[in-house]
Design a protein around this ligand. Structure first.
Ligand code: SAH
Length: 368
């Protein structure tokens, strides 16, 4: 018999018993954001004692370069008197603290900005308050981007989109079926397929993926976030999205659970582990473009960091540091820039979305 050790698992079992197999997207949504038992509602997942580590927690250089990016965008917008700096999923607030410290060298920027932090986790909201309280800036917290007022905006999202729930579909001879979660005969939660194929699904896929073999898996997110970002930045705004995923839309199951810095089974103990899936940057860019914004990239994260001057920044920090500290800076640099399929510099990508009149944002080339 299955172990029912997570309270959310019991609730998911009740829901499946009452309403039938649950689409993967709904399972992921509950596992991450269920109001009582969701992973992000219950704990602070980041850092050595948590489940995973993110680029801003590896080195201050990451946030600092993003801060300079933000200030350059503000200047590109004509240095408006009021600009909203919006961060989606700010974690412990580290990126923003580092960013605003670095951006402080640009005269007038601090005085113009109002900070809006979109954070669903009460524990992380508290962590952000502690971290940012020393800054003499107006800050408002929200639990959803919809609640942030419009107007000139600079939006940053690092490792946020990967936490938004994905749908999965599996190709069968009669078409694509939504992937669901059901209770197997042995009592465990198990993957299954919806009985009927999704109507007209193949036509909506990127053309290169339409001839997929049977058994192939396609993942997609609601286009709501891409549309919303596009709408917010198409006039007087820009967004920088950093996350992991491929350069082009692809096939494959990328749903993964991470706990204590190693991989776990996504169907065991929902709510106890982080669940993520790769970001489809092409789809995100497409949604934003359909709202009239222009998109740039994705580019591998290390290209962006190189172009924003991470090597010079590392040299400057090392020049002032002890030998031990300099070795730490060197190590952090190599982690951020690491190549290979799992290296942060290459697996992670950066996408910019901006008002077409802005031109290419710092670190990016021609539009896509
Ligand atoms: N950007 C941070 C944290 C990444 S972890 C960093 O780089 O360190 C993901 C963040 O998004 C966390 O702060 C999490 O609480 C938040 N989050 C996840 N899903 C969310 C949702 N649906 N709405 C708002 N915030 C969410």
């Amino acid at each position: 018999m299955a172990d029912e050790n997570s309270p959310l698992e019991s609730e998911i079992r009740r829901l499946i018993a009452a309403a039938g197999p649950m689409p993967v997207v709904e399972y992921m949504r509950l596992a991450l954001t269920h109001p009582q038992h969701g992973y992000y509602l219950r704990r602070d997942p980041i850092g050595a004692a948590g489940d995973f580590i993110t680029a801003p927690e590896i080195s201050q250089m990451f946030g600092e370069l993003i801060g300079l990016w933000m200030a350059a965008i503000w200047q590109g917008l004509g240095a408006p008197e009021n600009v909203r700096v919006v961060e989606l999923g700010p974690g412990r607030g580290t990126l923003m603290v580092d960013a605003l410290r670095a951006a402080g060298i640009v005269r007038g920027f601090h005085a113009a900005l109002v900070l809006h932090l979109v954070e669903i986790s009460p524990a992380l909201q508290q962590a952000q308050k502690r971290r940012l309280q020393g800054l003499d800036l107006p800050i408002t917290w929200h639990t959803a981007l919809d609640d942030v007022p419009g107007g000139p905006s600079i939006i940053i999202a690092n490792e946020f989109i990967d936490a938004l729930p994905v749908h999965q579909a599996v190709k069968r001879a009669d078409g694509w079926h939504e992937r669901v979660i059901d209770i197997a005969p042995d009592g465990r939660l198990a993957f299954g397929l919806a009985r009927d194929p999704l109507p007209l699904f193949e036509q909506t896929l990127p053309s290169g993926l339409r001839q997929a073999p049977e058994g192939a898996i396609f993942e997609w997110r609601s286009d709501a976030i891409g549309l919303e970002l596009g709408k917010r930045v198409r006039k007087d705004g820009a967004a920088l999205i950093l996350d992991y995923g491929p350069m082009q839309s692809g096939l494959g199951d990328t749903l993964q659970a991470v706990a204590g810095h190693s991989f776990a089974d996504p169907l065991r103990a929902p709510g106890e582990h982080d669940l993520t899936a790769h970001v489809d940057f092409a789809a995100l860019a497409h949604s934003a473009q359909s709202m009239g914004a222009r998109s740039y990239g994705p580019v591998p994260q290390r290209y962006l960091l190189f172009r924003l001057g991470i090597l010079a920044r590392a040299d400057a920090l090392k020049a002032k540091a002890s030998a031990e500290k300099a070795a730490e800076i060197e190590l952090a640099l190599s982690r951020l820039l690491a190549g290979g399929p799992r290296g942060m510099g290459e697996l992670f990508k950066a996408l910019a979305i901006a008002d077409p009149k802005l031109g290419a944002p710092p670190g990016f080339g021609t539009p896509t």
